[in-house]
Design a protein around this ligand. Structure first.
Ligand code: SF4
Length: 456
């Protein structure tokens, strides 16, 4: 009799839907049906039991083919790569659990590595702005229950976070928003008329790369100052109209995405978005939230801030003290300056998503990919170590985009013999400790004088 597993979390985007119902076959090995997930989430579960899954670590051979090796051999290889490197980089973590992140941090600390996560190429600019200007945010539940004005600025949840609008921001009927989308005014600001813009009450087509000026204009109008006839391609009357809606909101949330973080201005765009939010709080209640991408990319920020005081770009090469200086200690910058001499790609695909020049530099050195699936990073790796899929085969804590931790469940067993990220990093840590101990014995032997002392 197939079994239905309820309250399952989706390991794809930062919405972290935790209301999925997954039907599993009698023998507990096949996923038959996934209810409530969007098309992307659905695919993650069905893909898990696909025939293309890798079941053993694969080591590249001189002729370019891969040879299956044991986990023990893979752990030994990874530990030796880290041990021999002067400045290894361990990067990724958007798609694993917090337990795996904490275990990886132990390894990075012992190896004297740089530890970084996908925020580095995503919402890292948000962190910079938040360090400068604070984060007047809320939880998604507050938005659902209270928000009567929603702004999506440089974000396209219809494609990137498909259930965000239906679970939290537009359609749900909340405690004080009982009429669902009838209770809310939706404003979308984006250079493209996206599918998200289709559901907006007001759409502002900002000129690409001119968001900062538009924020500036909103701030000026909210404070009662004059602005030019047209700012960033938007007419003054429209800016004034929207500014008045923002000021009269009962509770508002600005959701923003890569349109701010990846365009001219970057952290300054986010900084001024936070300033606008703060200004609006002189009149009413406003909050702002980064549309964090992967289901647990908020996780490393939480785990490592707790462990080291910094959310990303952690330089642990000095071992007894952590540094963070994006631009200096961020993955792409390190790669472009060819400053790292070993690379571990974990829970991400740097092969696909890093600029090609950064990939070429990293590829000159040992490259290890830790991932359940074949992807571009795994295909250019020296070693590919498969792991269980968090949320499907491995349980664990993940942090939603609003920093709310959620316990994800395990739905089926991983393929026989496949271990979790956490176990893999624990085993690498133990092997690294052995290598260090062996070296200490050798050093001790080298330092000891030859011969036998009298009386021995
Ligand atoms: S919206 Fe995101 S978390 Fe929810 S089911 Fe879709 S991919 Fe998964």
């Amino acid at each position: 009799m197939p079994k239905k597993v309820e309250n399952v979390g989706c390991p794809y985007c930062g919405v972290c839907c935790d209301d999925l119902v997954v039907t599993v076959s009698d023998d507990g090995k096949q996923i038959l049906e996934v209810e409530n997930a969007c098309a992307i989430g659905n695919q993650i579960f069905h893909h898990a039991t696909g025939s293309e899954r890798i079941r053993l670590p694969r080591l590249r051979q001189p002729d370019g083919t891969y040879k299956d090796i044991s986990y023990e051999e893979a752990v030994d290889y990874a530990a030796k790569v880290l041990y021999n490197a002067k400045k290894p980089l361990i990067y990724g973590f958007g798609s694993t659990n917090c337990e795996g992140m904490a275990a990886a941090a132990k390894v990075a600390e012992k190896a004297g590595a740089v530890l970084d996560n996908c925020a580095s190429i995503c919402h890292g600019s948000s962190f910079l702005a938040i360090f400068d200007n604070g984060y007047p945010s809320c939880t998604l539940g507050e938005t659902k229950n209270r928000a009567d004005v929603i702004v999506y600025w440089g974000a396209n949840p219809a494609h990137a976070h498909p259930r965000h609008m239906s679970r939290y921001s537009i359609f749900p009927r909340g405690f004080f928003t009982g009429k669902g989308h009838m209770s809310r005014k939706i404003i979308v600001i984006d250079p493209r008329h996206t599918d998200t813009a289709q559901v907006a009450d007001i759409y502002l087509q900002v000129k690409q790369g001119h968001d900062y000026e538009l924020f500036d204009a909103f701030r000026a109008v909210v404070r009662g100052h004059e602005i030019p006839d047209v700012v960033a391609g938007i007419k003054r009357e429209q800016i004034v109209e929207v500014a008045n809606i923002l000021k009269k909101a009962r509770f508002g949330t600005i959701f923003y995405g890569m349109g701010l973080c990846h365009s001219d201005g970057r952290n300054h765009n986010v900084d001024i978005a936070i300033s606008l939010t703060r200004d609006l709080n002189d009149y009413t209640k406003w909050t702002i939230m980064a549309m964090r991408g992967h289901y647990n990319i908020t996780g490393p920020g939480a785990v490592w801030s707790w462990q080291y005081g910094y959310p990303y770009c952690l330089d642990l090469t000095k071992k007894d003290i952590a540094h963070m200086n994006p631009g200096e200690t961020s993955s792409i910058d390190l790669a472009m300056r060819d400053e790292v001499d070993a690379f571990i790609n974990i829970g991400t695909d740097a092969g696909a998503h890093f600029p090609i020049d950064a990939v070429k530099h990293l590829r000159k050195h040992p490259w290890i990919t830790i991932d359940p699936n074949i992807n571009m990073a795994s295909e250019i790796s020296d070693l590919h170590i498969p792991v269980g899929i968090v949320g499907v085969e491995v349980p664990g804590i993940v942090y939603r985009m609003d920093n709310v931790p959620i316990q994800y469940r395990k739905v089926i067993d991983p393929p026989e013999g496949v271990i979790s990220d956490e176990e893999l990093f624990e085993r690498i840590y133990r092997r690294l400790s052995e290598l260090e101990a062996d070296e200490a014995v050798k050093e001790h032997a080298k330092a000891a004088p030859e011969g036998v002392r009298a009386g021995e």
